[in-house]
Design a protein around this ligand. Sequence first.
Ligand code: C2E
Ligand code: CA
Ligand code: CA
Length: 291
Amino acid sequence: DVHAGVYILKESDRELEAMLISARETALLAQREGQNYMICSQGILELIARERQLQAGLEQAFLRKEFLLYLQFYVDAVTKQVVGGEALSRWNHPQRGLLGPDKFVPLMERENMISRLDYYCLEEVCAFLQDLCSQGVETFFISCNVSRATFAAGDFAQRCLGILGRYHFPRELLESVSVKDMGQTKANMEALMDSGISVALDDFGEGFTSFYDLQKYPVKGLKLDKGLVDGALTPSGRAILRAMIQVGHELGMTILAEGVENDSQAQALVDLKCGVIQGFRYCVPLPDWEA
Ligand code: C2E
Ligand code: CA
Ligand code: CA
C-alpha cells in the first residue's frame, strides 16, 4: 500500500525543503484519493494551500461562532405540510464567504474535530427548538447529522443528554446517523432512545449503510439516500426502493427520503408509501432565522 507524490523540477526551483514538502503533501493527497501516485501540479498546490488555510482557521471558527445553523424542511409525503427539518451546518468564513459542509466536514473528520461541530450543532438545534416551543410550536422535529466517530465515542450519550438537559422542549427530536462499528454505538443509541430521542440511519442505500445495519441497530427511522430517489422513475430503481421501504415498514420504522427534486419523484415515493420527503422541490436549506 504505497502512495507517492511526484514533484517535477522547474528551472527556477532552489529550495529543496519546499520541493520535498510539496511532494509529501501530494503523496498524502494521493493516499486520501486512493491513488498510487499523483503528480504535483499548480492546481494541487493551490488545493493544498486552501485546505491548510481552512484547517488553520478551524479553532478560531468555533470561538468566533462562524458556524451557522441552516435548516432544510421535511414535508409529509401526502399532504406536503412541513413536519420538521434537518440541521445542516455552514461556515461563514471571514475570507472565503459561506462554505458548504463538503468544504469542511471531511477536513474536520480527518482532523478529529468533527465531534466538536456535531455537539455545537446539537446545541444550536436545542436552542432553536426551545425557542419554537416557547412560541407554542411543539410538533416540529429536527434531525442532526452525527458523524460515525462522534456516535461511537464512549461519552456520546452522556454529552448529548448533558446538552439536552439545559433546554426545555419535547424530546421527540430526531437524530440521524450513518454508522459502521457496533459496540459502543449500539449502547449510545439505546441510551438516547431511552430518553425519547429518535435515531434514524442516514444515507441508506449508499456507502456504509445496509440492510444488515437494520438488524444490528435499534433504529426508529430510515433515510433513503438521494441516489435511490434519483432512480425512483426507472423500473429497477423502483423495485429496489419498494423492497427497502417494505423492510423498513415491517420493522416499524419511519421512512424518510432526501433529494426529491420534482413531482414525479415525489409521486413515486407516495405510491411506495414513503412517509416523509425532503428536497429542492420543496425547500433549499435556509438560515435558522429565515426558516
Ligand atoms: P446529507 O445528510 O446527505 O444531507 C443532504 C444534502 O443534500 C445536503 O447537502 C442538502 O443541501 C442536499 N440536498 C437536499 N435536497 C436536495 C435536492 O433536492 N437535490 C440535491 N442535489 N441536493 C439536495 P449539504 O447541506 O451540502 O450537506 C452535505 C453533507 O454534510 C450532509 O449530507 C451531511 O452528511 C454533512 N453535514 C452537514 N452538517 C453537518 C454537521 O453538523 N455534522 C456532520 N457530521 N455532518 C454534517
Ligand atoms: Ca442527513
Ligand atoms: Ca445523503
